[in-house]
Design a protein around this ligand. Structure first.
Ligand SMILES: Cc1cc2nc3c(=O)[nH]c(=O)nc-3n(C[C@H](O)[C@H](O)[C@H](O)COP(=O)(O)O)c2cc1C
Ligand code: SF4
Length: 375
């Protein structure tokens, strides 16, 4: 797990990776009757540490944001769902507030399920209500009918921390860093072939090379970067280095900021093998409720493994399956996995040709996959 650097948090909305504007969600939930706020600190993404670092270092800031959101929408209760690594810190922080009789809003804490899809908004609701860490069918949308049938605001814990800071220091302060179109800062996790993996706060629009410097710089010549997360995109190192880490800056190279991951792939690793390991893991994380996700991802993972290990893959078949599964399923899980695969096929085309000839020089394993869950 990366070490942490001081996080002088400044910015705002939608830091869970899904890019839905916070203000719009607040307004939708506030319009409903007796709403509830759910702070999403699940951080199911194995390569990301930002929410754990935030909740460990600044638990009261997250709670301030959750309580503030509850007051904004008129909720009497907020439920904080936290990664097990941070449960004790959050419990202590909640107890401190209770002793000081600080809040009128009731705060309830739940430990998150340790699965990739458990952090999807409706899966968090499902987990809290029934102990099932799987997405629920939509409609109804959870902002209309979520926890206990009440309109529910699900917001990432980093988003809530930014909300608390905006309330404290104002909009002008918030806009004093970042870009005019994407103001503020965000937490990033930088790992892979860097000297000192780190979780740090950067102004939105910071060049990627500077984010790598926060992790001591590359520890080896780099060939590519995985940006955003396991639903993110591979970008060649040459293309990525000077790009601003912002939605607009990364869109030009077909990527996005996602959950703030920057994973550096050294020249000595094989991007196809890295992708195959992650895809196998993600296929195993399907909640198993939708056919395209349950069976499609498993079959696709098999083809990606064949490509990665030069074992007679059928690229045409893989492309067909990607097209058939993309956009299907009850949540964005299959689409996210397919996005990762498509970017790997774009960026690692030289490896694809080498593998077809039975040659691969890649040895290192860079991307973390939970033990016992990959083949
Ligand atoms: C498969 C899947 C997994 C997700 N995991 C997380 C997660 O671990 N933490 C998180 O905050 N959001 C996660 N999300 C996004 C949530 O559905 C939701 O959009 C987010 O918590 C809203 O927060 P924000 O608007 O503040 O970014 C996930 C989405 C999908 C499709
Ligand atoms: S797409 Fe996959 S993860 Fe999402 S609800 Fe369906 S089975 Fe579950």
């Amino acid at each position: 797990m990366p070490s942490s650097r001081p996080a002088r948090s400044r910015a705002c909305s939608r830091r869970g990776g899904a890019r839905y504007p916070t203000a719009r969600k607040l307004a939708a939930v506030a319009a409903g009757h007796a709403p509830v706020v759910l702070a999403n600190g699940t951080e199911g993404e194995p390569a990301s540490a930002k929410d754990k670092v935030l909740m460990t270092r600044s638990p009261q800031l997250v709670l301030d944001g959750a309580v503030l959101a509850a007051e904004l929408v008129g909720a009497r209760e907020t439920v904080i769902v936290v990664h097990r690594a941070t449960r004790r810190t959050i419990d202590d922080a909640v107890a401190e507030r209770a002793r000081a009789r600080f809040d009128r809003v009731r705060i309830r804490v739940r430990t998150a399920a340790d699965r990739f899809v458990a952090g999807q908004a409706s899966a968090v609701v499902h987990w809290v209500e029934r102990g099932v860490p799987a997405p629920m069918a939509s409609p109804p949308r959870i902002c209309e009918r979520g926890l206990g049938g009440a309109p529910t605001l699900v917001q990432n814990v980093e988003t809530l921390a930014h909300l608390a800071l905006i309330a404290r220091y104002g909009a002008a302060w918030f806009r004093s860093v970042g870009t005019p179109a994407e103001p503020g800062s965000m937490l990033v996790t930088v790992l892979g072939a860097v000297r000192e993996p780190v979780c740090a706060e950067i102004a939105i629009g910071t060049p990627i090379v500077q984010a790598l410097d926060l992790a001591g710089g590359p520890s080896a010549p780099l060939q590519a970067l995985l940006l955003g997360g396991y639903f993110g995109d591979w970008v060649s190192a040459a293309m990525a280095m000077d790009r601003p880490f912002s939605s607009a800056g990364l869109a030009e190279v077909g990527a996005g900021t996602g959950a703030g991951l920057i994973a550096a792939l050294p020249a000595g690793a094989c991007g196809l093998k890295e992708t195959a390991r992650v895809v196998r893991y993600l296929a195993g994380e399907s909640a198993g409720q939708c056919g395209p996700c349950r069976f499609g991802l498993d079959a696709i993972a098999g083809q990606v493994e064949r490509l990665a290990h030069g074992r007679g893959a059928e690229p045409g078949l893989l492309q067909r399956w990607l097209g058939q599964v993309d956009g299907r399923g009850g949540c964005a899980h299959p689409t996210g996995v397919i996005r990762l695969i498509r970017s790997s096929l774009r960026i690692f085309d030289a490896e694809l040709r080498q593998h077809a000839m039975g040659w691969c020089s890649g040895t290192a394993s860079v991307l973390p996959v939970p033990a016992g869950r990959s083949r």
